[in-house]
Design a protein around this ligand. Structure first.
Ligand SMILES: *Cc1c(COP(=O)(O)O)cnc(C)c1O
Ligand code: SF4
Length: 435
């Protein structure tokens, strides 16, 4: 048999037959691939010594961990271009530090009132309940933290996070994240979810997880039965390429969807992996086929070690252009740039508004058709002075008096006197103050 043929046969390894515990998620975790030799042996490939040395150095800074399941998806005939390989296997380019790279680009630590909580938006918090992942994604924005054994949130840290949520009534949405929350034991996760559900002002819980992609066997009937008890519970997962949607991941998604859990997906735009309108269209179409609503496409963050994954923002806009109008509206995610420094997610998209006058707007559609929308002649906007009791509109808000406009919304409102925002250290203002 030629070497080529041998390789092809290897690629058709029936992993499930070869390893009887293949579908046991604990077995998968125990056999996570952490070194190059095992990787080479399992896939039947050989890297040269120089390559190996560089990769060793990379692993020392950013450890490697690949679940046997995810590894089995790699196409060994062309592994260097394979989207699974590129997301899982270290690349020496990770050691290149660019001028603009940051260790905490989203300032998650600065917006952290207590350890484990990031409180950035008015009504919702990110709660890091785990810093373990079944696989270390090479493009992880929290790369420096994941797997850091000194920062595994213990029960005491979780208690403190819960206490913060209990004492912060404006929080109505808690987003469990990590690491991966599904790497916690069923009992522990159940306890966290139960404690959060007990808090009267919490209206919804979300979980962000990559388990359906890299360890689908973790979605067991037992886990799903626990999750079901904590509705309304939403789950966001993280597929980046249609090749990741397999029989096993479909089964995991089916179980979650059948438990009545609304599913969303967040992708990251990655150079050489999914920076292509056709790949993205295929991905979002496959997702909705599996009852997953594409939620966000992220522009890759400026974290250290990610520069080789970054694309232009323009590539993302081009992808959005290729989706809107071209495929089902509910298959179209929002493309966002997570603002460096902690400004949160900022949506960006092609311009559809071409021009406007006093009472007409000019729009263009996905085909390039230019069209006119005539605004009503007699529209009288409701003046809002927050006197809801005497307003024509019916608003039955319990705490209407607490309405407070924030940001640009404030500039647009009738009832707030603000007419402009000026940055803190504006020179012109400083001159005025000095006069
Ligand atoms: C992304 C994120 C959220 C959730 O944002 P949504 O747009 O509501 O999905 C909340 N907090 C932080 C810190 C985040 O990064
Ligand atoms: S699952 Fe998420 S947190 Fe974990 S390594 Fe991947 S991207 Fe990072």
């Amino acid at each position: 048999m030629s070497e080529e043929n041998q390789k092809q046969n290897l690629n058709k390894i029936n992993w499930e037959d070869k390893y009887s515990s293949w579908k046991d998620w604990k077995w998968q975790i125990k056999h996570t691939i952490k070194d190059i030799e095992t990787f080479e042996k399992l896939l039947g490939i050989k890297m040269n010594n120089r390559e190996k040395k560089e990769i060793e150095m990379t692993i020392q800074k950013f450890p490697m961990a690949i679940t046997p399941y995810y590894l089995s998806l790699i196409d060994i005939n062309d592994y260097k271009n394979d989207p699974i390989f590129k997301q899982a296997f270290p690349n020496p380019k990770e050691l290149v530090i660019n001028k603009y790279d940051m260790t905490d680009p989203l300032a998650e630590d600065k917006d952290s009132p207590v350890e484990g909580i990031t409180h950035r938006y008015p009504d919702r918090v990110l709660f890091h309940v785990s810093n373990i992942c079944s696989m270390y994604c090479r493009h992880c924005t929290r790369k420096r933290k994941v797997g850091d054994k000194d920062h595994i949130p213990n029960k005491e840290t979780i208690e403190k996070g819960l206490e913060y949520i209990r004492n912060t009534p404006q929080v109505r949405d808690v987003l469990l994240s990590g690491g991966d929350p599904f790497l916690l034991s069923d009992e522990y996760l159940d306890w966290i979810l139960t404690e959060i559900s007990k808090i009267p002002h919490i209206e919804v819980i979300r979980i962000g997880t990559r388990v359906p992609v890299v360890l689908p066997y973790r979605i067991t009937d037992e886990l799903v039965n626990i999750l079901k008890k904590h509705h309304p519970l939403w789950i966001n997962t993280h597929f980046n390429h249609s090749r990741e949607i397999t029989e096993s991941s479909r089964e995991a998604l089916r179980k979650l969807a059948n438990a009545g859990i609304p599913l969303g997906n967040q992708s990251v735009l990655l150079s050489g992996i999914n920076d292509c309108p056709y790949i993205m269209k295929k991905l979002v179409q496959k997702l909705v086929q599996n009852r997953v609503r594409p939620y966000y496409i992220y522009q890759c963050d400026m974290s250290e070690g990610l520069s080789h994954f970054r694309t232009s923002v323009g590539k993302g806009i081009e992808i959005m252009e290729s989706l809107r109008g071209h495929t089902s509206g509910f298959a179209i995610p929002t493309f966002v740039v997570d603002a460096p420094g902690g400004g949160g997610k900022i949506p960006v998209m092609p311009n559809y508004l071409v021009s406007w006058s006093n009472n007409k707007i000019i729009l263009r559609n996905y085909e390039g058709v230019i069209t006119t929308y005539k605004e009503p002649d007699n529209y009288k906007a409701n003046l809002c002075n927050l006197d809801c009791e005497h307003c024509n509109l019916t608003l039955n808000l319990d705490e209407a008096e607490e309405i407070k406009a924030i940001g640009i919304e404030k500039l647009l409102s009738d009832y707030d006197k603000a007419i402009s925002f000026t940055p803190n250290n504006n020179e012109r203002m400083e001159r005025r103050n000095n006069e």
